[in-house]
Design a protein around this ligand. Structure first.
Ligand SMILES: C[S@@+](CC[C@H](N)C(=O)[O-])C[C@H]1O[C@@H](n2cnc3c(N)ncnc32)[C@H](O)[C@@H]1O
Length: 497
């Protein structure tokens, strides 16, 4: 029932004069206590699997959940945390369970699933900021000044100043309401001028960071992120790379953004940064590897033969190469079955929707080839003991003509990469092909990814890639390396006898 209106002269304001919150505040969030306002140390201890207990600092806590400060281990959205204990100066004050509900810059949000927490109690027992003089923050800042060389810090500052100046310029220009074409032209011009300076600084920092001692790298990362993230995070692509909202780097949404011909974003500055995000060498390599994967698909589909062939993409992400292959394919094709394998259900859902859209728009709903989706993670493929999942994947890829992966091996350490390569190679049919992408270092891209966006990759050159397949059994008929047009996406090309 509607409440009666308060009348003029009565108590209370008129309903029509009531106001809501402003800006970001319109989104209601329950009260939370910032750990810095608590006189003592707040720590969270939990398990994600029966063997391993993890512990990390608490950024904030509310009646409904807790924000964890950059946990060491990767915590994906939906991960269940059991034996979750909150400790106040070493003393347990809450125990239960939770689930990873969101990621924000530097924190992971966990929602309690076993019960609520009485925050008032914590607040009452929590005197205001114990460290009013900010001794801990000051000590960290002093260490950064002492341990990081002045020229290195100056270069990070120069980069921040450049971005600040560009943001100021573009914010002013934003009122001009440019058309999409005018904007694209502007971004070309900006990349020529401002981009030149920007890339020169990134390249210089890439070189000078190599001279820093190993123990200073953590400090250097926090220094660089603190100065640059507030600017870069105004761009959806850069922010997504840092925040990793799906719990891991390089999710399908971000990969799709590399292929968007029109940069997205709410402001001109953010759209320019998105455009820049597609222009770094390694971004162009991500775009370039799609063409190589698509060519590999074309080769299989156009090879003579009437028997159905299987191609499999491991870590398929958005599977753009398959979609684009379908958009260009001219039937009749060889009967083919494409198998998309990824741990991320949402990525598979996206692939399913998009490939079916192509089938409807280009083939009147007919399917020029079959597509299947398997939500399986590498650890399930590699498990020593047979499981239903390992059996399913083994059965599905057995005898494949082509097994490929773009943008997956750059996350795998050598020992895992080697085991996976042997497993996939063994599944190939006679004459079958493994086609595996791995990015190599590019001096304009690596520093930003590694030091600012926390996007850590295992870069490999030709020699290190070849070493991964040196012991394959049986000995391959051929091992070669392809490269995309930038030369920085290497494709390991292995043929089975
Ligand atoms: C960077 S994307 C690559 C997308 C695409 N293949 C390409 O060439 O651009 C990496 C994909 O690998 C998947 N992935 C990462 N680790 C995985 C794992 N352990 N098991 C299965 N898939 C994984 C991710 O979910 C993501 O969709």
């Amino acid at each position: 029932m509607e409440k009666p209106h308060a009348t003029e002269g009565g108590r209370g304001v008129r309903h029509t004069a009531l106001d809501g919150a402003r800006g970001a505040e319109v989104r209601f969030r329950p009260d939370r206590i910032d750990a810095r306002q608590i006189n003592g140390e707040l720590v969270c201890r939990f398990r994600v699997d029966p063997e391993a207990t993890a512990e990390c600092r608490v950024a904030n806590v509310s009646e409904f959940g807790v924000g964890l400060v950059a946990p060491e281990m990767e915590l994906r959205h939906g991960t269940r945390l059991t034996d979750l204990v909150l400790l106040f100066d070493g003393t347990e004050f809450w125990r239960g369970a939770g689930v990873v509900a969101h990621h924000a810059v530097g924190t992971v949000g966990v929602r309690f699933t076993s019960g609520l927490l009485q925050v008032d109690q914590l607040r009452r027992g929590a005197p205001k900021h114990p460290d009013r003089l900010g001794a801990a923050e000051l000590a960290a800042a002093v260490r950064q000044t002492a341990d990081l060389p002045l020229p290195w810090r100056a270069r990070v500052g120069d980069l921040a100043a450049l971005l600040h100046a560009l943001a100021g310029h573009l914010d002013a220009l934003d009122q001009d309401q440019l058309t999409v074409d005018e904007e694209l032209q502007l971004f070309d011009g900006l990349w020529e001028s401002w981009g030149g300076e920007y890339v020169a600084l990134l390249t210089e920092l890439y070189a000078s960071t190599r001279d820093l001692p190993e123990e200073a790298i953590g400090l250097a990362r926090s220094y660089a992120s603190a100065l640059l993230l507030p600017l870069l995070a105004r761009c959806d692509m850069h922010r997504r790379a840092w925040e990793k909202p799906r719990g891991y780097a390089g999710d399908y949404v971000l990969i799709e953004q590399y292929f968007d011909p029109v940069p997205q974003g709410a402001t001109l500055f953010s759209r320019f940064l998105s455009s820049a995000g597609t222009r770094y060498t390694l971004s162009r390599a991500v775009i370039g590897r799609e063409a190589l994967l698509r060519a590999a698909l074309r080769e299989v589909a156009s090879a003579p033969g009437a028997e159905r062939v299987t191609v499999a993409s491991i870590g398929s992400g958005p599977a753009l190469e398959l979609r684009r292959f379908a958009m260009q394919a001219e039937p009749p094709l060889r009967p083919m079955r494409a198998l998309l394998v990824d741990q991320d259900r949402e990525a598979l859902e996206h692939c399913h929707r998009e490939i079916n859209r192509v089938f409807i728009e280009r083939f009147d709903g007919q399917r020029p080839f079959e597509v299947e989706h398997l939500q399986i993670a590498l650890r399930q493929i590699l498990r020593a003991e047979p499981t239903p999942e390992s059996a399913a994947i083994a059965r599905e890829i057995q005898g494949a003509a082509l097994i490929y992966a773009g943008g997956l091996f750059d996350y795998l350490p050598d020992h895992v990469a080697k085991r996976l390569l042997q497993r996939l190679y063994s599944a190939l049919g006679p004459g079958g092909r493994l086609y595996i992408g791995n990015l190599d270092e590019a001096e304009d891209s690596v520093w930003l990814l590694d030091m600012v966006l926390a996007w850590h990759l295992v870069y490999r050159d030709e020699a290190t890639l070849r070493r991964l397949v040196a012991d394959l059994n049986p000995t391959p008929a051929r091992v070669a390396i392809d490269r995309d047009s930038t030369g920085t996406c290497l494709m390991l090309d292995v043929r089975r006898p």
